[in-house]
Design a binder for this molecule. Structure first.
Ligand code: ADP
Ligand code: MG
Length: 344
């Protein structure tokens, strides 16, 4: 389980820092939504001291990040007007669920705290625990309490790995009701107007042992408190642009081959027509970027295949790997033949 670190002395920082919400048009902050008249009010911290206090909670901006319009709009609509909902983003691994929230928060300047759940998750991981600070017992707020009290985004990744019975502890918060912390003498935390709860998962709460080990069927009453967004791998032309911006030296033709290879692997993962072997895992955007990175000094097809194995192929079975290599060679052959025809 990983929580973004916070020094003890800045925990339980007292009251929420002074903010004045400022309204922007979506298009002012996100060029991909240029022209959109929709508006969002975002927290602006009033003085440099407050800004300094929260700045490390505002995710770092990745300039080359590629947003998918529909998804981004769904996320901004939620952040702008949550209407007592929480947001559930589901979709295949490495398709950009977590990074989209980070990158949107980075551009909005909205502090975010985050935790990745697992099968051993307990509510106390979120609410906090007693600890000894300079000889005194002190209750240290967990990420849920900090987000609720100070108006941050709380992001819980891999929610479908957690025990549904533990997650029921979030029901009050999901209803917009104050949270009572029994372990801290019943302290009552009233939700800040800028608090938002976003969860991500590979499944829509139905679990899928086949593709995602450890995922569970979540409780229907719990799921009823969310609005949903489905994330998917970006379309090939977007993925080509992303790789082209990151590794221009690889050249457009070669990047096209890589993206088509990834697309074919994803097709065989979902058993689409014409695919000969079932791939147990799809090639994620993350793995594709890793492949491109490892190809930077690959000067022969063998080295490119070796890079592909290191980026992805060694995670699948031998039989699947043979198929993976065949996919790559067929696509490469097609493109090379196409280029020769064009030159003739
Ligand atoms: N739209 C995108 N633009 C740029 N990089 C992306 C995009 N989607 C995914 N990635 C890359 O893939 C990595 C994994 O994405 P992530 O958001 O962690 O996926 P998920 O949460 O769906 O498993 C990111 O760190 C980033 O490098
Ligand atoms: Mg994630």
């Amino acid at each position: 389980m990983c929580v973004n670190e916070t020094p003890v002395n800045s925990l339980n920082q007292g009251d929420a820092l002074p903010t004045r919400n400022t309204v922007f048009k979506y298009g002012d902050l996100f060029p991909v939504l240029e022209g959109s008249e929709d508006e969002i009010a975002v927290p602006c911290y009033q003085d440099s001291e407050s800004m300094a206090a929260v700045s490390r909670l505002i995710p770092k901006r990745e300039p080359g990040y590629v947003f998918q319009e529909e998804l981004l709009k769904g996320l901004l609509d939620y952040l702008a007007a949550p209407m007592n909902d929480a947001l559930y983003i589901f979709g295949p691994s490495g398709s950009g669920k977590t990074s989209m929230v980070h990158q949107a928060a980075a551009r909005l300047g909205w502090p975010a705290v985050e935790m990745t759940l697992n099968g051993r998750f307990e509510m106390a991981d979120l609410t906090g625990h007693n600890t000894i600070v300079r000889g005194e017992v002190m209750f240290v707020y967990g990420p849920l309490v900090r987000a609720l009290k100070y108006g941050y985004i709380l992001m819980l990744n891999e929610i479908d790995l957690a025990d549904p019975a533990e997650l029921a502890g979030l029901n009050d918060v999901l209803e917009g009701r104050p949270l009572c912390i029994a372990q801290n003498n019943g302290e009552v935390i009233t939700p800040h107007a800028n608090f938002r709860l976003i969860v991500t998962a590979n499944t829509n709460g139905a679990g899928s042992e086949e593709s995602y080990a450890g995922t569970r069927l979540l409780n229907a009453a719990f799921l009823d408190r969310f609005r949903f967004l489905e994330s998917n791998y970006m379309p090939p032309e977007r993925e080509e642009k992303l790789l082209g911006d990151l590794y221009p030296e690889l050249g457009r033709e070669f990047i096209g081959i890589m993206v088509r290879t990834a697309g074919e692997i994803r097709r065989s993962h979902t058993c689409q027509e014409g695919t000969a072997v079932y791939m147990t895992i799809p090639m994620t955007t993350r793995a594709l970027i890793r492949w491109a990175h490892l190809c930077q000094d690959a000067d022969s097809p063998e080295k490119v295949v070796h890079a592909l194995d290191r980026a992805f192929g060694y995670r699948i079975t031998r039989e699947e790997r043979v198929y993976l290599h065949r996919i790559f060679h067929d696509i490469r052959g097609d493109v090379t033949a196409g280029l020769q025809n064009r030159a003739e």
